[in-house]
Write a protein that binds this ligand. Sequence first.
Ligand code: LCS
Length: 396
Amino acid sequence: MKKEEKQRFETKAVHAGYDSERHFGSLTPPIYQTSTFTFSSLEQGAKRFAGEEKGYIYSRLSNPTVSILEERIARLEGGEAALAFASGMAAVSAALIGITKMNDHILCSKGVYGCTFGLLQMLKEKYNIDHHFHNMISAEGILSNIRENTTCIFIETPINPTMRVIDLELVTTVAKKKGIKVVVDNTFSTPYLQKPLQMGSDLVIHSATKYIGGHGDVIGGIIVGNGDTIRYLQKTTQKDIGGVISPFDAWLLLRGIKTIAVRMDRHCKNAGKLAEQLKNHPKIKAVYYPGDQDHPDYEIMKRQMKKGGGLLSFEIDGTYEDTVNVVNQLNLIQIAVSLGDAETLIQHPASMTHAVVPKEVRKEMGISNQLLRLSAGLEAPEDIWEDLEQALDSLR
Ligand code: LCS
């Protein structure tokens, strides 16, 4: 085992994938802001294209700053290799298009991010790649929802925005028996809280826009998996569809990821406190936080996550208009989609992130008009609560 492999998560987050000696001693990774790379001769260029000589060719194929990011995240997730993309959706689409073919079927967790829902609709309409949603709470249930043409199980856990948690070991055990690939969108958990590859999943996806970047200043995506699958995706849906990340954005993610462990500890602590306080407020009908002992999936969360995460959802005990009034009454908490930033953010899934999901399907997934999703930021928890409390109190 290489010395670095033994390093702890926090150390890898700062150092993995980067050797300053190979970059003039620069403490932080340089930004290789170049579209292309020169060859010393035609023969050298030909060898690089043929894969007979290692080296860079063109930044849509790979770039040194991006490679450092990919190696670092692969190491944090415990995967062999990774690919970085221009957005989380570029990563989701590259993975799903890459591992399925026409007439296949995808079994999905009962709830996914709105644009993933949109992508699944498009795959169905254009390529007859069918899908359906299932709660995945028992082996029998999963088995009975697998079809002859099911080639992929796609899971978000915790699910955006309902915060239900899927038992990854249960799903991967069933999938392995059937030879089906399991793809996990690990955006909400981050590799600090949960490592799906170690629980038997085949691919992990991130919207790196969120906790990996952590500062609300970049859009990016990542896929992590075994070397063969990653090389295949690199040569197909990454190279030829081309949703690559820029060197500067990769650098921003490298800067953000260094502090992921300390940030996540604080996000989780703040979210946990807010969940408790919300549960005791008379204007709150329900709170959905996986770290809450009353959460229906608390035991699963304890088995597979280090902590409950930085996100929670809750329902206002009132009408849609009451929900609007609470949100509009907030001062410190910002009304915005996205999550995982230093700023506490609140959004209304039914009219924002999940507006593309038809109303009946939203209802089935548990997304009501009174549901709000909150991404706990890094502010003092007392300040976040005071803002939320004054907004809720305005309803009395
Ligand atoms: N997967 C999950 C679980 C997400 O929450 C998002 C974005 C994506 C993938 C797509 O990543 P992107 O292309 O935006 O980097 N989720 C958002 C959300 O909940 N609010 O705004 C974006």
